[in-house]
Design a protein around this ligand. Structure first.
Ligand SMILES: Nc1ncnc2c1ncn2[C@@H]1O[C@H](COP(=O)(O)OP(=O)(O)O)[C@@H](O)[C@H]1O
Ligand SMILES: CC(=O)N[C@@H](CCC(=O)OP(=O)(O)O)C(=O)O
Length: 296
């Protein structure tokens, strides 16, 4: 049984959250939920509970999800090799079909979890309502298949869902001008959506504490990165794998007016609540030089 001290600490935590709850009331926040932080069911339920809480206390959360690990696992089950170039999956037609099936499955699984908590959610992909239009993305001039570069975001469907109290849950698939299906890096999709809807916050949940100068050395975690510092880290080759598109998207999001962009460890219980509602910032915040830190 809880003693009075423990109950008092809980009450204090709620009071500490009050100014943030007021500040973010009715504000749109995009949560990019990466496949690396989806690896077990309990973890997913915890993340989804936090997002549902954001909604119930008056914020407008939008989830953009990945599922890269699950796509790779299904590709290997059917005996298909998978290859990444600069953090992007080389996507031929068969890979596209499997990626779409897996992302739709992940999407509906997340919808199910939100609904189970008594909060309304609708799962869509970028194809629905032509939300995400793309053109073929070239990597250093190289064609890597059906990988889309977002050319426009039609926010009509997202806005309608928010206006009707649903949490939109978006899978990173888009259509090109010929209505062909394209695979979109989920970080690209989250950044484009956050920018288009004028989100106040964008939080990337991944499987690492934040950006490290040296990922092998846990003492090199960077808590705040200005845009110039982030550019330098990329230029100096400190950033690899899936962190590369993520950090590039953080830079773009800040440049395009999203004031608070964070990379958080989605494996850490309640990382969203800790970042949003306490003055103990966690993970890496990417800010404009001179920009306010999240919880200032
Ligand atoms: N400098 C760095 N700091 C942090 N992570 C890095 C860095 N360089 C490469 N990474 C890798 O990027 C990964 C995160 O990207 P990714 O696996 O695509 O996540 P998600 O599926 O959440 O989008 C980390 O697990 C880490 O291995
Ligand atoms: C083009 C491209 O790379 N698309 C990604 C889409 C899913 C994704 O980005 O998932 P995570 O956020 O879990 O990495 C892929 O096929 O893996």
């Amino acid at each position: 049984m809880e003693n009075m001290d423990q109950i008092f600490i809980k009450a204090q935590t709620l009071i500490e959250a009050l100014p943030y709850i007021q500040k973010f009331n009715n504000k749109k926040v995009v949560v990019k939920y990466g496949g690396s932080a989806m690896v077990d069911g309990e973890l997913q339920h915890n993340v989804i509970k936090d997002v549902a809480l954001l909604k119930l206390i008056g914020m407008q959360p939008i989830i953009v999800h990945g599922g890269g690990k699950e796509i790779s696992s299904w590709l290997s089950k059917v005996g298909k090799d998978t290859k990444f170039i600069e953090g992007l999956r080389v996507t031929d037609q068969d890979t596209m079909e499997i990626a779409e099936m897996v992302l739709n499955k992940v999407n509906k699984g997340l919808v199910q979890m939100v609904q189970q908590l008594g909060v309304k959610a609708v799962g869509i992909s970028g194809k629905d309502g032509a939300t995400l239009k793309v053109e073929k993305k070239l990597v250093n001039g190289r064609d890597i298949g059906y990988v889309g570069d977002i050319t426009s975001v039609n926010t009509e469907l997202i806005d309608t869902l928010i206006a009707n109290d649903f949490i939109p849950i978006i899978a990173p698939i888009g259509l090109d001008e010929n209505y062909d299906t394209y695979n979109i890096n989920a970080d690209d999709a989250a950044c484009a959506v956050a920018t288009a809807i004028g989100a106040e916050k964008l939080a990337f949940l991944t499987d690492i504490e934040g950006v490290y100068k040296d990922p092998e050395d846990k003492s090199t975690l960077i808590s705040v990165l200005t845009l110039d510092e982030a550019d330098d880290l990329i230029g100096d080759g400190f950033i690899g794998g899936g962190m590369l598109p993520k950090l590039k998207n953080c830079i773009d999001a800040v440049k395009n007016g999203v004031t608070r962009v964070h990379i958080l460890d989605g494996r850490k219980e309640h990382c969203l609540l800790l970042e949003f509602f306490t003055n103990r910032g966690i993970g890496t915040a990417i800010i404009n030089k001179g920009g306010l830190l999240d919880n200032e």
